[in-house]
Write a protein that binds this ligand. Structure first.
Ligand SMILES: *[C@@H]1O[C@H](CO)[C@@H](O)[C@H](O)[C@H]1NC(C)=O
Ligand SMILES: *[C@@H]1O[C@H](CO)[C@@H](O)[C@H](O)[C@H]1NC(C)=O
Ligand SMILES: *[C@@H]1O[C@H](CO)[C@@H](O)[C@H](O)[C@H]1NC(C)=O
Ligand SMILES: *[C@@H]1O[C@H](CO)[C@@H](O)[C@H](O)[C@H]1NC(C)=O
Ligand SMILES: *[C@@H]1O[C@H](CO)[C@@H](O)[C@H](O)[C@H]1NC(C)=O
Ligand SMILES: *[C@@H]1O[C@H](CO)[C@@H](O)[C@H](O)[C@H]1NC(C)=O
Ligand SMILES: *[C@@H]1O[C@H](CO)[C@@H](O)[C@H](O)[C@H]1NC(C)=O
Ligand SMILES: *[C@@H]1O[C@H](CO)[C@@H](O)[C@H](O)[C@H]1NC(C)=O
Ligand SMILES: *[C@@H]1O[C@H](CO)[C@@H](O)[C@H](O)[C@H]1NC(C)=O
Ligand SMILES: *[C@@H]1O[C@H](CO)[C@@H](O)[C@H](O)[C@H]1NC(C)=O
Ligand SMILES: *[C@@H]1O[C@H](CO)[C@@H](O)[C@H](O)[C@H]1NC(C)=O
Ligand SMILES: *[C@@H]1O[C@H](CO)[C@@H](O)[C@H](O)[C@H]1NC(C)=O
Length: 608
């Protein structure tokens, strides 16, 4: 064993002994990862400095398109999250605006605003309304001089849920002691935007927001989040449910986040490398993960998640003040359940189950079942016509000798279903398909201290509905999730190490929706580059520098958004924002007709 590696292992052991309290990443008893979330050490004397003003942290994303009406705004919850770890979620009563029945709202927005001062880990948190998760997010790590950040999320999709009194629950497990001093002061506000006067009722009862949303989450009295915890590759968590007998469409919205030993699953080492080198403290099971969703033991869909890096991950200096893609509003994944409705329209109890291929402890997963009800009949009927789930096709190759080498992991799979539902809308046949491709090329060098990997996930999703008029309504989405991470690590002795990490995150999405009234397309291209170095002593980052550059392009039928921003050492260097559409060759869209189903809800991400 090389002396550098040996000392690295000794250091890892030392870190294990001094493991910090549970963060979005770290666990008291678990082995550690070199990228794990870290808080930053800043002298607390800074907080009394004369120019101590809070830093505003933010995630780059397009603004939510809003009607020009004046919103009705309501503070739903105000709470200071101090020692909340292992305690029940914080609850608040939600009641709809007084005129909810008579007034129509075209947009409903959740606003999370929080401040924090001191030193603290990045904490994962969830917000549930009536057990339905409406936001999964991660806190920003504070500074001695204080920080503030705001997350806005379009929650119009949960319209039917927002019509009645509900309990809002927030779980944010925080620990406060003499080292980790940050208390999160949080406000959750809902903004209801009435429809504009020119609004024309175009609701034909098909395809708009769901009539009923069932939580597929834990409902016990918990000292934890309402999410299920998947602890290993064989762990399966499930929930029983029943649906009304007049459902004509169903979509399962899945929330996913990964922590502790799997926080950086995409950088995990192949097991044979770990055992060949007798490594301890390195995370295994290779870099591929898949969330599998089953309905009554049949695989109905999968999620190959985006590689969200939380605000303390890899090098926390990278995410100050521009946070990682998806970290303040984690992506969710929709699975079309309509082809399978025939299996569950019998008024009986059925079961959704979640598992994660190759999982290490721990994945937080739950889901919401969006249901559309046939108001003109008491019973609908359905039948699954065709179903095909290919097994994972796996290609693995490695050529390591000793600590150095290369690993290639390529995986693909597809899931197809076709079924019909007979309702007062007629007989509608729905086809749904998911196609996934994954590739991860990992190189280890410098006697195991250097890691360089490139991972890409391609996803094609398609939903086609053959309407009784024999026209076809379809939604096609193409997604590409990329991460490239280069990291090198030098042990400086005395429980101190130097780390260099360059990271690229990319999230591209194309959406195309077609119906009788036309075609609507939109495109997002989101690219983030970061370069960081840091000196870590014990559990704290004592010095270092992080620089981040981000380019965000959105173009839709009705609007565009562009932002180009960069930062270094907490300071914004360059920030350019624009909402004019400058159509280039790739961005040119032939048909600008608004999609019928989206008039009411505006720029919703679509049926998928
Ligand atoms: C929360 O709202 C209260 C009341 O409006 C306000 O005083 C406080 O500053 C807000 N806190 C945050 C973090 O926005
Ligand atoms: C909903 O909550 C409000 C405010 O707490 C209360 O006045 C009202 O009676 C409740 N409505 C129902 C149907 O329970
Ligand atoms: C996986 O996790 C489950 C749930 O904690 C546990 O019951 C089971 O023993 C674990 N399996 C393995 C192989 O560790
Ligand atoms: C593997 O490492 C452990 C501790 O690091 C040590 O006790 C053990 O002897 C090693 N095994 C081999 C085969 O080198
Ligand atoms: C593994 O293969 C790559 C080329 O694919 C080569 O560059 C590298 O040197 C090889 N590593 C070892 C340890 O053989
Ligand atoms: C749905 O799938 C079936 C079976 O593969 C196929 O025959 C049909 O053409 C598909 N419908 C649409 C609208 O693509
Ligand atoms: C997605 O569809 C495109 C064609 O539109 C094809 O080139 C690509 O290979 C597909 N990707 C997957 C993952 O199936
Ligand atoms: C693995 O996937 C990548 C990206 O799709 C591709 O370039 C490469 O040729 C694949 N390798 C093998 C051996 O299939
Ligand atoms: C390690 O710590 C000891 C005691 O604090 C100190 O004497 C020594 O100089 C340190 N070594 C390095 C390389 O910093
Ligand atoms: C990482 O980023 C730094 C700063 O831009 C650069 O000097 C270095 O070459 C990069 N390293 C790699 C391996 O890309
Ligand atoms: C974004 O800003 C950087 C730095 O000013 C610049 O080099 C780059 O060309 C800009 N990108 C676009 C698409 O404008
Ligand atoms: C970062 O900025 C601080 C002042 O805000 C300065 O003291 C420090 O030297 C800078 N660090 C680097 C690496 O430039």
């Amino acid at each position: 064993m090389s002396s550098t590696l040996f000392s690295a292992l000794v250091l890892l052991l030392l870190l294990l002994l001094h493991q910090p309290p549970l963060s979005s990443a770290a666990n008291l008893n678990s082995k550690t990862s070199l990228f794990r979330s870290q808080p930053i050490f800043e002298p607390t004397s800074l907080s009394t400095a004369a120019d101590a003003s809070p830093t505003t942290f933010f995630e780059v994303t397009k603004p939510i398109p809003l009607p020009k009406t004046k919103p009705f705004s309501k503070l739903i919850l105000q709470h200071d999250f101090a020692y909340t770890y292992g305690k029940p979620p914080v609850l608040a009563n939600y009641s709809p605006p007084p005129n909810f029945q008579s007034q129509k709202f075209s947009k409903i927005v959740l606003e999370w605003t929080a401040t924090c001062k001191g030193r603290q880990f990045d904490r994962i948190f969830g917000v549930w309304l009536g057990g339905v998760e409406i936001l999964r997010s991660c806190t920003a790590e504070p500074r001695a001089t204080g920080i503030i950040w705001t997350v806005k999320k379009d929650i119009t999709r949960y319209y039917s849920l927002l019509q009645s009194n509900q309990t809002l629950a927030v779980y944010l497990g925080n620990l406060v002691d003499s080292t980790y001093t940050g208390v999160y002061h949080v406000n959750v506000t809902f903004h209801f935007y009435p429809v504009e006067e020119t609004y024309v009722e175009s609701d034909k009862g098909f395809g708009f927001g769901a009539d009923l949303i069932l939580p597929i989450s834990r409902n016990e009295k918990l000292n934890d989040g309402l999410w299920f915890e998947i602890e290993n590759s064989t762990d399966v968590k499930s929930k029983e449910f029943e649906i009304p007998r007049n459902v004509y469409r169903a979509v399962l919205e899945v929330y996913v986040s990964f922590h502790e030993n799997d926080e950086f699953w995409y950088g995990n080492f192949p097991n044979e490398y770990i055992s060949a080198n007798n490594l301890t403290g390195f995370q295994g099971n290779g870099p591929f993960r898949e969330v599998v969703v089953k309905l009554d033991d049949l695989v109905i869909g999968a999620v190959w998640p985006f590689t969200v890096i939380y605000t303390g991950g890899v090098n926390p200096l990278l995410w100050r003040p521009i946070t990682g893609i998806g970290s303040f509003d984690l992506p969710t994944y929709d699975i079309e359940v309509t082809p399978f409705l025939g299996m569950i329209l019998d008024g009986k109890t059925h079961k959704f189950a979640f598992g994660v291929t190759n999982a290490l402890n721990v994945w937080y997963i739950d889901a919401n079942l969006h249901l559309w009800l046939d108001k003109k009949s008491e019973k609908t009927q359905g039948k699954l016509l065709k179903y095909n789930a290919s097994p994972l096709s796996l290609y693995l190759k490695s050529n390591f000798t000793g600590f150095d080498g290369k690993f290639i992991t390529n995986v693909s799979r597809s899931i197809f279903s076709s079924g019909y539902v007979k309702s007062s809308h007629g007989v509608i046949k729905t086809n749904s398909s998911q196609e996934f491709k994954y590739s991860n090329v990992m190189v280890l060098g410098n006697e195991g201290n250097l890691q360089d990997f490139d991972q890409v996930i391609h996803f094609n999703g398609s939903i086609e509905m053959e309407m009784p008029s024999s026209s076809v309504k379809s939604t096609k989405s193409l997604k590409k999730f990329g991460i490239h991470l280069y990291s090198d690590y030098v042990n400086k002795g005395n429980g101190t190490y130097d780390s260099v990490a360059n990271v690229t995150l990319s999230l591209d999405e194309k959406l195309k929706e077609t119906s009788e009234v036309g075609t609507s397309t939109s495109k997002i291209k989101n690219l983030q580059n970061g370069q960081g170095n840091m000196l870590v002593k014990g559990n704290l980052v004592v010095s270092g520098l992080g620089s981040t550059q981000q380019e965000y392009h959105y173009s839709g039928d009705k609007s565009c958004y562009f932002r180009n921003v960069s930062s270094s050492n907490y300071t914004i260097l360059h920030d350019k924002e624009s909402n004019t559409c400058t159509y280039n060759a790739q961005g040119a869209f032939s048909n600008r007709m608004p999609f019928l189903g989206y008039k009411l809800r505006g720029e919703k991400k679509g049926l998928m």
